[in-house]
Design a protein around this ligand. Structure first.
Ligand code: UDP
Length: 492
């Protein structure tokens, strides 16, 4: 039986996409790979998971059946989904869902044990470290965001403890001084995920616990490359982020990016937006897309439309249904939701007036392919890490409009450290990003000296990203180092 690495990704497209790429790296090295999927009872398999299974015949997929919910967990899911707990994968508290996967995980690993060389866990599955320890299986972490975000995560429990009884929200109200975390540019507390502003927030407490446990793993694989995040990688490796405890080895094996997102709705047929891009001049199109879950209220969509129209630039814009006010659908698998009614959502006549130079796509576009297309000239992004890396590896400058999770920290990195993008002012405001801001930033990036400089830097980053994966280069070496560690584990 071939040695198998078992990968246990978190919920959602953003976790599955890089996990599949990591799986391919291992396959190329002669290992067998099993990717675990988690299915709450009574929910349809997410489209992304179905596509992953269909498109990756060399990967073995195993679905962990979650035990039927007990009353408390069911209540939690109902709250998380805002409706009935059945309509979409409960993602508001992924820790709770994934914790329930531990029992079937234990059963699965027991049955597969002789061939299992290692278990590689997503951050949200960190509780499975106990399962691995119980069975004597070496357990590693795969951090699907970047090294800067990892540096923030690992340092956060320490920084929170240093605040005593205060919250980061109190720091915001206080002296307004930026936070200083090792390996991370100074940043405002409001750039942290929203839950972190309140020390008593239940989900934040779970994140803190998970961050505290990450260093218990044998090593951390990170979806980045050293050149891109040299400062954060150095701080992580120096142990500066986790004071008083050893940091496990850090393996930067990225950039792991793919066109997998595009396969979700596409059945491998070329998407019409790519045909449309074929007819546009080189680097002339601004692409706007906000991850697998991001969506805006109608008012904000209208402001974007007005700004795009006034900018006079070509654009390709993915529009999804506005989220419900309770915020729940922002964290649901929105690309499975009903398609938006563009005539109802966008200003009257907008589609007709901009028809010659703009295309609006409903709900989902093959983002990685769009970014790699020669006609794409800039990317308005929510700064999800996969999107960030897809933009970087395509050599496209970024206009940053972070929405949730660690995206504001990613934005700090992109703007302050990497200088591969600029921010859309107002992303963090009570109101919205104004139409004038959309207009002026889009114009700036496409048609100004500053925009050209950004484009030059983006081209350099693309080169460095390709280089990192070459034989003898940093990410390749880190992968070999990780595999040598596995051999060491096996010989003990
Ligand atoms: N994606 C896509 N088309 C869309 C929206 C998203 O292909 O219309 C893909 C995107 O290419 C990326 C993933 O979905 O690979 C989103 O991951 P990311 O980490 O950027 O954001 P998240 O969805 O986790 O917030």
């Amino acid at each position: 039986m071939r040695d198998t690495v078992v990968l246990h990704p978190g919920l959602g497209v953003g976790h599955l996409v890089p996990t599949l790429e990591l799986a391919r790296l291992f396959l190329r090295r002669g290992l067998a790979v099993t990717v675990l999927l988690v299915e709450p009872p009574g929910t349809p398999t997410p489209a992304a998971a179905r596509a992953a299974v269909a498109n990756n015949p060399s990967i073995h997929f195993h679905t962990l059946p979650l035990p039927a919910t007990d009353a408390a967990a069911a209540a939690e899911e109902v709250e998380a989904n805002g409706v009935d707990g059945k309509s979409s994968p409960p993602a508001r508290d992924p820790f709770a869902v994934l914790h329930r996967a531990n029992a079937p995980l234990r059963d699965y690993l027991r049955s597969a044990l002789p061939s299992v060389r290692a278990l590689v866990l997503d951050m949200f599955c960190v509780d499975a470290l106990d399962v691995a320890a119980g069975l004597g299986v070496p357990a590693y972490l795969f951090y699907t965001s970047g090294a800067t975000s990892l540096a923030v995560s690992l340092h956060l429990p320490h920084a929170q403890a240093a605040l005593g009884a205060r919250s980061f929200g109190d720091v915001v109200v206080g002296d307004g001084a930026p936070l200083r975390f090792p390996g991370v540019p100074p940043f405002r507390p409001t750039e942290l995920p929203t839950a972190a502003l309140d020390r008593d927030n239940a989900l934040y407490r779970k994140f803190l616990r998970a961050f505290e446990r990450i260093p218990e793993s044998r090593g951390i694989l990170v979806n980045t490359f050293e050149w891109l995040e040299a400062t954060a990688v150095a701080a992580l490796r120096d142990g500066a982020c986790v004071p008083g405890r050893p940091t496990p080895p850090i393996y930067c094996v990225g950039p792991l990016v793919s066109g997998a997102g595009g396969e979700v709705n596409n059945n491998n047929k070329r998407h019409a937006c790519l045909e449309w891009l074929d007819a546009q001049p080189e680097k002339s199109v601004v692409f706007l897309c906000f991850g697998s879950m991001g969506s805006f209220p109608k008012k904000q969509l209208e402001a974007i439309a007005i700004g795009l129209e006034a900018s006079g630039q070509r654009f390709l814009w993915v529009v999804r249904n506005p989220r419900r006010d309770d915020g729940a659908s922002m964290l649901a698998n929105d690309h499975q939701q009903p398609e938006p009614d563009l005539d109802e959502l966008l200003p009257e006549g907008f589609l007709e007036r901009t028809g010659g130079r703009g295309l609006v796509v409903k709900s989902w576009a093959p983002q990685a392919e769009v970014l790699r297309h020669g006609a794409t000239g800039a990317f308005v992004t929510h700064c999800g890490w996969n999107s960030t890396l897809e933009g970087v590896t395509a050599g496209v400058p970024l206009l940053c409009w972070p929405l949730y999770a660690e995206q504001r920290v990613n934005k700090v990195f992109i703007v302050e450290e990497a200088r591969l993008g600029v921010e859309m002012a107002g992303y963090d405001g009570e109101t919205a990003v104004a139409a004038e801001e959309v207009e002026s930033k889009v114009r700036w990036v496409m048609d100004s000296e500053g925009g050209r400089a950004l484009r030059g830097r983006a081209a350099l980053a693309k080169e460095k990203a390709l280089e990192a994966l070459e034989q003898g280069s940093t990410s390749h070496n880190d992968l070999l180092e990780f595999l040598r560690g596995l051999d060491g584990d096996a010989s003990h």
